[in-house]
Design a protein around this ligand. Structure first.
Ligand SMILES: Nc1nc2c(ncn2[C@@H]2O[C@H](COP(=O)(O)OP(=O)(O)OP(=O)(O)O)[C@@H](O)[C@H]2O)c(=O)[nH]1
Ligand SMILES: [Mg+2]
Length: 543
């Protein structure tokens, strides 16, 4: 164990850890589906010069491939299914970016990521304004007190009036919009951005259909007025109106999650993207002490600690391994270090540690607070687990969503039952679905429980692709689950519209057709304990 080396040099190391933590920017890109998160992720990496061109056009719908959408199903469908982590250096900072899926069916993944970041970049589609998931995500960030940078994207397409958008943000989220850049040219005729901090106009010309950095011209305000005419005077009027209503940038308001900086972009054309990256470096919060389960805060310079916010397998087909994504909260992480797994009290050797760039991975030797580390084949680790060196700590549990969709899974080919079982266990371990069993149904027919039905498609696809275990589903009528006790199985065995199964973590779940079935049981069998599970899913109407 490398305890000696970490403690003996603690004085100089503490300053270094604080310095490294202050260089970290760890954030999630979030939005309603399709607003351009993966495209912006790609554009940010392009501006940091870590990739040469933004994904080549792949033909289908002229959609571009992105580094973060690497799963076959993501490429086929053009949506993100699973969050992806990208680490890269920019200016004097280290960026840890998490591109999340927008679809509500995958929101459990998105919410886990939000538990691990210090800030969020919220995209709004200029033509659509605030959509259902946008509002839910704003709420989740508010509950976590997470500062949000808002980006109005797709300004190259016809869209809404910018002032109306500012009003909508203010009225519906309660956050004060504080523009840092303003679009020059109406939506659909995006000429450039007025950088309100740098007091200059940056005019963009697209290059290589948006695959390369846009050409940039920097003009002072007089030259902008002269050359852009009406477009400039419109922007001037708009900015005046917005700033008159008290929306000047105030970093404290942003860090307190009460105001949101606004920037305009076209992620697809690389317009306004450098300004987003610079904003993240200049104003986004660095890694700072994170609250633990007891409400205390472990200083960043304390010995290493972190927690698992995601488990993902199948990233490397050749090795069939799975990776636990760890957010480093304190101290320095050194590869090979022996840490304690808070949930079991067992020690744990971190032999295979990597940094992540979409599906690409590279061995790392050390990581600092704010960094995301991939621990390979750390099969004991589950989402929400904490790890530490020396002084024990447990970070808050990551809320589990209440499943609302249930199906029986069966192997299509009985001779491949072993692969079927292994696949289901693995996908359950990754947290893609919950797995329920009962003696009555038998092990051949586990019940899969999900927040949204698209999770079943992911399971089916992965079972075929990764485990060569084709499977089929049988629908179940249930739409509601409650935690219960083992004796409820007997009581409810003859009740219509209800059933008790056991989840892999040992908990018993009572499933109900609908709220009426639940109410009937509550009334007729008052001895049965029924407790709501974690958080209601954001897909739920009850949410
Ligand atoms: N015109 C235009 N199209 C864009 C822009 N940004 C993204 N797109 C397109 O919008 C579509 C969706 O983009 P994605 O980046 O996959 O969106 P996403 O938010 O990651 O979607 P999910 O992850 O599935 O929620 C793609 O066809 C992109 O090429 C933009 O600024 N302008
Ligand atoms: Mg995406």
């Amino acid at each position: 164990m490398s305890q000696a080396s970490t403690t003996s040099s603690s004085a100089p190391a503490a300053a270094q850890i604080r310095r490294e933590a202050s260089r970290r920017r760890t954030f999630a890109v979030i939005s309603h589906p399709d607003a351009g998160k993966s495209t912006l992720t790609e554009a940010l990496a392009l501006h940091a010069r870590v990739i040469g061109t933004a994904g080549a056009t792949n033909g289908k719908d002229n959609r571009r491939e992105t580094v973060s959408d690497w799963m076959q199903m993501e490429k086929d469908r053009g949506i993100s299914i699973s969050s992806a982590a990208l680490q890269f250096a920019y200016r004097d900072t280290v960026i840890n970016l998490l591109d999340t899926p927008g679809h509500a069916d995958f929101s459990e993944d998105t919410y886990r990521v939000l538990a691990a970041v210090d800030c969020a970049v919220m995209l709004i589609d200029a033509a659509k304004g605030l959509e259902t998931q946008t509002m839910k995500l704003f709420e989740v960030c508010r509950a976590r007190n997470l500062p949000i940078i808002t980006v109005i994207n797709k300004w190259d397409r016809p869209g809404l009036d910018p002032l109306a958008l500012m009003d909508e943000i203010n009225e519906r989220t309660g956050l004060t919009p504080m523009p840092l850049t303003w679009a020059v040219g109406f939506s659909g005729d995006f000429r450039g951005v007025w950088d309100l901090r740098g007091e200059e106009f940056v005019r963009f010309t697209r290059q290589n259909s948006g695959a390369s950095l846009a050409l940039e011209e920097h003009l002072d305000l007089d030259a902008a007025a002269e050359q852009e005419g009406d477009a400039w005077s419109t922007a001037q009027d708009e900015v005046e109106l917005v700033t008159d209503s008290g929306a000047e940038f105030d970093r404290d308001l942003f860090l307190a999650a009460k105001g949101t900086p606004i920037l305009f972009s076209s992620a697809a054309l690389n317009f306004g993207v450098k300004q987003i990256l610079d904003t993240l470096v200049d104003i986004a919060p660095p890694a700072s002490p994170r609250e633990d389960r007891d409400g205390g805060r472990r200083p960043v310079e304390a010995p290493f600690s972190g927690f698992v916010f995601k488990v993902q397998a199948g990233m490397n087909k050749a090795h069939r391994d799975h990776v636990a994504f760890i957010r480093v909260c304190s101290g320095v992480f050194e590869r090979g270090m022996v840490v304690t797994h808070a949930n079991t009290g067992k020690t744990f050797a971190t032999k295979y540690a990597q940094h992540l760039f979409g599906r690409e991975r590279e061995v790392i030797d050390e990581a600092w607070p704010g960094d995301v580390v991939g621990l390979v084949n750390a099969s004991a680790l589950r989402v929400g687990d904490s790890l530490y060196l020396e002084e024990p700590v447990q970070y808050p549990p990551i809320p589990l969503f209440s499943p609302e969709h249930f199906r029986v899974a069966r192997s299509k080919d009985p001779s491949r039952y072993k692969q079927f079982r292994r696949g289901i266990d693995q996908l359950e371990h990754e947290g893609i679905i919950q797995v329920l069993r009962s003696d009555r149904r038998g092990d051949q027919a586990p019940v899969l429980a999900a927040v949204g039905p698209m999770q079943f498609e992911v399971v089916e696809d992965r079972m075929t692709q990764d485990f060569n275990a084709p499977m089929r589903y049988e629908q179940l009528p249930y739409s509601l689950a409650r935690l219960t006790t083992p004796d409820a199985a007997e009581v409810l065995s003859n009740v219509h519209g209800a059933e008790v199964l056991q989840r892999s973590d040992g908990e018993f779940l009572a499933l109900f057709n609908d709220v009426w079935a639940l109410r009937r049981v509550e009334k007729n069998h008052s001895s049965v304990q029924l407790t709501p599970i974690g958080t209601a899913a954001p897909t739920s109407t009850a949410y």
